[in-house]
Ligand binder design. Sequence first.
Ligand SMILES: [Zn+2]
Length: 296
Amino acid sequence: MTNKLTPFQFNNHIAHGAFVEITGGVAEMLDRRTYSPEVRALIGQAMAAMPLLSLHLRFEGRINLQFQGEKAIKLLVAQATQAGDAPLQIRGMAKLAKATPLAGGSFADLLSDGILALMLEPASDTQPTRQAMVPIDGNSLSEALEGYFAQSEQLPTLIRLAASRDKLCGFLLQRLPLEHTKATEEYWEHLSILASTLLPDELLAVEPETLLRRLFADEDYAIFEPRPVALSCRCSREGISLLLISLGREEVEQIVADQGRVAVTCEFCGHEYVYSRSDAATLFVAEGSEQSVLKH
Ligand SMILES: [Zn+2]
């Protein structure tokens, strides 16, 4: 399995955590979009964070992580969808300010002074959608997420994320909500000091089992069966057709009149869906309109 989440837990139930490794699908998700290396790395890190977040929030539906910024990055989105026994599906994208399509720089240059929002969108209508927002704080995407857990969930959490051109990795260590005594606090402190030595480059280069042995050599923990993760976009021609129908016949006819066709590019994976004049007309025929008025 090349894309997987490997959970682990300390046997005294004071903390749990996971490693995520994603190698398959990175190019397919990101190569069709034009991002600077720095922005691409941030999207990669956000996507690597999603399986780690799902460790804490296991449910059927979608987890939607958004960074809404005021600087070069206006919006950075990563989503994870869980449906039955299928691998957790991850996708991500960023929208840049118009003036800075290829912006680089530090995390603060790209995405500070903004809002981090985490939305839980259950597949079932019977459960409510939940949303939490905190200010984006810290010098990295992982620090911003740690801030989210501290503020919104009151769960001390240590997160490391790393993204190279073709590999995304992450690590999470989280305090479990066990009774807080002096002994449990001291043990958590001890674990977080050990874990804080982990470097992003190590995450990219070394297997999770080896890293666990290195970090927690003298600790008593169990590793669980890895869970499959897939980097894949959920876009489809059917979904784009529905979007065009919702835009309305008049609007779509105008686009065809102006451009001779309709081309819609998925904001996540960059896949382009093209509708010829007659494809566009068919959309509305199927909707109950008897005939096309696309005569231009
Ligand atoms: Zn797509």
